[in-house]
Design a protein around this ligand. Structure first.
Ligand SMILES: C[S@@+](CC[C@H](N)C(=O)[O-])C[C@H]1O[C@@H](n2cnc3c(N)ncnc32)[C@H](O)[C@@H]1O
Length: 193
């Protein structure tokens, strides 16, 4: 079923997120792990000529993700795994690329999730991300704080006042590229261990 949240996000998707996914996900290569794959919107943007394998994880596997994988030309390279980022069932240093898009706004234990990503990422691996963040502008920050409790309820746990950049740095990642996809809210980038 399409929720209010899905309809709302569709507008952002059409306006600029699709383009951002394309530009960031083109950098994924080798053995790839996607965290919180949702309905599988990233699938179209991967370049399977440079990807050996893709594991898409989520705590809740959406039927639309399964359908998209089943119809995909590179189905042989793709696996779906129902698991939480806070407890990844993969050996240390097993992925060349880890990706998450619009996931850490919802993850319950951000630090544990990022530590798990760090553990499964190879030493020379790359982390690619797109997230929405707490805006810089003071008035917007206050509004976001104010509506956050209601938003969290209608969006199944999404928080409007997180800051992925600080969380990555606090968890020992080095930020490479970091760009604002909109003036205040959406960011995308690349980090290393
Ligand atoms: C807003 S959706 C984004 C989906 C997709 N990445 C995208 O860009 O369209 C957030 C997704 O993160 C998943 N998620 C939330 N907490 C998670 C966790 N702790 N571990 C793994 N996935 C999680 C949710 O189930 C949901 O599918």
């Amino acid at each position: 079923m399409v929720s209010f949240y899905d309809s709302f996000m569709y507008l952002f998707e059409k306006r600029f997120l699709r383009k951002a996914r394309r530009s960031i996900l083109t950098k994924a290569s080798g053995s790839v792990l996607e965290i919180g794959g949702g309905t599988g919107l990233n699938l179209k943007q991967y370049h399977f000529d440079v990807i050996d394998s893709l594991v898409i994880t989520d705590i809740d596997i959406d039927k639309r993700l399964i359908k998209r994988v089943q119809k995909h030309d590179s189905i042989n390279k793709i696996k779906i795994n129902k698991t939480s980022v806070e407890d990844l069932p993969f050996p240390n240093a097993s992925f060349d690329t880890v990706i998450f898009t619009l996931v850490f706004c919802t993850v319950k234990d951000v630090n544990q999730g990022l530590q798990e990503i760090k553990r499964v990422l190879k030493d020379d691996g790359k982390l690619l991300f797109i997230e929405h963040i707490h805006p810089k502008k003071k008035s917007l920050r206050t509004i976001f704080n104010w509506i956050n409790p209601v938003w969290r309820k209608i969006s199944s746990g999404c928080n409007l006042n997180r800051d992925i950049r600080s969380s990555l740095v606090e968890n020992g990642f080095q930020i490479g590229e970091y760009q604002y996809l909109t003036k205040q809210i959406f960011v995308g980038g690349c980090a290393k261990k």
